[in-house]
Design a protein around this ligand. Structure first.
Ligand SMILES: Nc1ncnc2c1ncn2[C@@H]1O[C@H](COP(=O)(O)OP(=O)(O)OP(=O)(O)O)[C@@H](O)[C@H]1O
Length: 754
């Protein structure tokens, strides 16, 4: 998953399995130092391989699911009268392991070239103390040692000789495509996505001829919608490109105008529909969706304003605001998720009633969900994906958006596309983006390149760009260490290896106040886009707002709702983000510690269990309660219940935003909430799709595979106005940026072939 990671050394082998005649059961110290310990015996018999997989499972290197899958493959082979091959079982377990790590398949060439890095085994978690499984890890035979003498042709001949593997034309549980080995389900997801894209790209477009009536309408509409002069108006180019194709991707960093662009695009498309004699002026049915409740809520908030600012009256085709939806739903809701099954209500047999579907935050959509989207869309429906290609990929397998945008920076527009774009938009397409050998897929990807949210001197912008382009050199590091930016501070950047305990205390103090004094001019009088910003805050801010209320049992519910909304907004003004989950630098450790500090400051009444002020993060979808993974609520003490003699009685309720644009609140009793955690600290993974006024990114004291460029970039870009960094070691930021996520998949290849 990550490149450039230090390689595991061979010096600490201890053979803990019975290796038969080849190798003594416990390798002597001298042999342990040798690079040449032969582990091939472990692949000589099924029993040996099975025992090895069992050991890897015990050490928590593999999931029970991975080992179970390998055994199932063995059983299937036996049922077909075939002697199961140890190598096939090993590869089956490893392919399943890779899926658990977000890869769609396992690339056998990469596996042989560098098994340790490819599999991220042994797992590296920066911890000082070892639990029992971790201690056993130290004695494991490592995959790279096991595979040391094996060649690609040996893999291939083993896979060719079993009925459990095919090229996909047979219904086998494993599929081998070139050197990529898939679990069939994932091969199918990828195939369905590729087919859905290629089929759409091949559909004829009525806009192909710039002189045609629909193309002229599009051109006129875009001219009305984009009036302000820009050296190159990438938003306008993106609109034209996405309007032309039944499948399109619009990618861009924070504040580059993805929402603005898509709203303009939808207005332009409705304009074309409104003028179309074939449609008799009937407008398109449009739906907007996002992968999580949080992301949907965020788009909900911004889209209404963007639609209301549209200059619709000047557009051809009689476009009215109601033609552009402002309600955003989650993808699961849109597709019709059903309890206890991965299957959705909408599918090939029951497609969605939609002409255009827009998916925001598409980087969070995994291959399973994306394949379901294509299944549920009518063949002629237009799909537009929006997202930031540089963010972390989905938690589950796949990195669809990232893969589709692999060539986005240089665009690779063919001269034909460039001519068409110039004719429709009257915008010049820079020569650097033109490539006579551009592929069909390239013609459907648009990248927004100018940030409208962050001004030129913004440290958040500068830092995000430096991380993204690996240009985090000592000059940029010095700038953030020496607080040369208004919006960025590295709170302990002057200490190369700060003391653990002192740093954790510093994080807690920062969590309470937001440390405005650390920012330039104490964060005072900072003007952004013509508006003066309040200085940065910490958690004291929302807790004081909560305490400063004088509502009683007779106060109308709307007043409680208004208070909850204010407190939730105030909570959104600060968020600690961690790279890790466990350990002192992780979410679990910091949540405890911050709560204890807030208690000591008398800002909360207790630090454990349920209490007024406890912020919680929902960690799984709950359709009965209408809560989605990622939703954040705050616990309130409310006087709504009555005792037996009719007196008001205080109880706790958790206030969640209703998730639509109504600004309503859902009050839920803590006992009804099943999957949640306290959220003073949150992982960067969980923060995807969210944005906070002030974000504090906490990085641990040493590198681990999870610390990647994508993670750092995602953490930084969650900050809207203020960003603070605290590190356990000064080098960890630069080293993490040197590690990039590369997820194995064949989607780009399939699309390139198409
Ligand atoms: N062409 C433009 N001219 C001036 N301001 C713009 C333009 N495009 C976008 N903006 C402004 O920049 C800000 C960010 O725009 P928008 O919300 O569309 O970006 P985004 O890429 O969707 O952001 P996010 O990072 O939140 O996904 C908004 O305040 C918007 O009004």
């Amino acid at each position: 998953m990550s490149r450039n990671r230090s390689h595991t050394q061979h010096s600490d082998h201890q053979i803990t399995l019975d290796l038969g005649d080849n190798v003594p059961p416990t390798a002597p110290a001298s042999a342990a130092k040798s690079e040449a310990v032969d582990h091939s015996g472990l692949l000589a018999s099924l029993a040996q391989t099975d025992a090895l997989l069992e050991q890897w499972q015990q050490a928590e290197w593999l999931r029970p699911l991975d080992v179970g899958f390998a055994r199932l493959i063995g059983k299937l082979a036996e049922e077909q009268g075939e002697a199961p091959r140890p190598l096939v079982l090993l590869l089956a377990a490893l392919a399943s392991h890779q899926v658990g790590r977000g890869h769609v398949c396992i690339d056998l060439t990469n596996l042989l070239a560098d098994a340790g890095t490819t599999l991220s085994l042994p797992p590296e978690e920066p911890r000082d103390t070892f639990t029992e499984p971790e201690a056993t890890q130290r004695n494991q035979v490592k995959p790279e040692d096991l595979l040391a003498g094996i060649t690609l042709s040996r893999f291939q001949s083993a896979l060719a000789s079993t009925c459990t593997v095919s090229d996909g034309s047979l219904t086998t549980p494993l599929v081998l495509n070139g050197t990529r080995l898939y679990l069939r389900r994932f091969w199918r997801y990828e195939q369905r996505i590729a087919d859905g894209i290629l089929q759409r790209l091949a559909l004829p477009t009525p806009l192909a001829d710039p002189a045609s009536a629909p193309a002229r309408t599009l051109s006129e509409a875009l001219g009305q919608l984009f009036r302000s002069p820009e050296p190159v108006n990438y938003q306008k180019l993106a609109c034209a490109l996405a309007a032309r194709n039944r499948f399109a991707v619009i990618t861009g960093g924070p504040g580059t105008g993805k929402t603005t662009t898509v709203v303009n695009l939808l207005a332009a498309l409705q304009s074309v529909a409104g003028q179309s004699p074939e449609r008799s002026g009937r407008k398109f049915r449009i739906r907007l969706a996002a992968p999580t409740g949080k992301a949907a809520a965020r788009l909900n908030e911004s889209i209404g304003g963007a639609v209301s600012r549209l200059p619709l009256s000047g557009l051809p085709g009689n476009v009215v605001p109601a033609d552009i939806p402002t309600r955003v739903t989650t993808l699961h809701r849109l597709l019709g998720s059903r309890p206890d099954t991965r299957k959705f209500r909408h599918n090939r047999d029951n497609p969605l009633l939609v002409d255009i579907l827009v998916i925001d935050e598409a980087s969070m959509v995994d291959v399973d969900l994306m394949a379901s989207v294509f299944d549920a869309l009518p063949a002629s429906a237009q799909l537009i994906l929006l997202g930031d290609k540089d963010q972390l990929a989905s938690v589950d397998a796949g990195a669809v958006l990232g893969e589709l945008c692999q060539r986005a920076v240089i665009a690779h527009y063919t001269p034909d596309t460039a001519r068409w774009l110039a004719a429709i938009t009257a915008e010049p397409v820079p020569d650097t983006l033109i490539d006579p050998n551009g592929r069909a897929m390239d013609q459907a990807v648009a990248m927004l390149r100018k940030s409208y949210r962050f001004e030129e001197g913004s440290g958040i912008r500068k830092l995000a760009e430096a991380v993204n382009t690996s240009a985090l050199d000592s000059a940029v590091l010095r700038q953030i260490r020496e607080a040369e930016f208004e919006d960025v501070v590295w709170l302990n950047g002057h200490q190369p290896k700060p003391d653990l305990e002192a740093t954790l205390e510093q994080i807690c103090r920062h969590a309470i106040t937001g440390s405005p004094e650390a920012f330039r001019n104490a964060g005072q009088a900072r003007v952004v886009n013509g508006k003066e910003l309040p200085p940065p805050v910490g958690y004291r801010h929302y807790l004081e707002r909560m305490q400063d209320q004088d509502l009683t049992e007779t106060s109308p519910r709307e007043e409680w709702d208004a208070l909850a909304l204010q407190v939730l907004e105030a909570f959104n003004d600060f968020q600690i983000l961690c790279a890790l989950r466990k350990g002192p630098w992780g979410v679990e450790g910091l949540n405890d510690r911050v709560a204890r500090h807030l208690l000591a400051e008398k800002l909360i009444p207790r630090a454990e269990g349920w209490y007024a002020g406890r912020p919680v993060l929902v960690t799984g979808n709950d359709y009965n309660l209408g809560l989605m993974n990622g939703d954040i609520g705050i616990t309130f003490r409310v006087p709504w219940d009555k005792t037996a003699n009719g007196e008001a009685r205080d109880t706790l309720r958790v206030a969640f935003p209703s998730g639509d644009s109504t600004g309503g609140i859902r009050w839920i009793s803590p006992s009804r909430l099943q999957q949640l955690e306290t959220v003073y600290a949150m992982t960067v993974h969980k923060s995807q799709g969210s944005e906070f006024n002030h974000t504090c990114l906490v990085l641990p004291d040493r590198l681990s595979p999870v610390l990647t460029r994508e993670l750092i970039y995602t953490g930084i870009t969650r900050a809207r106005n203020w960003f603070s960094l605290i590190t356990g070691n000064q080098d960890v930021l630069r080293d993490a940026v040197g590690q990039q996520v590369v997820r194995a998949s064949g989607l780009a290849l399939r699309l390139g072939e198409g």
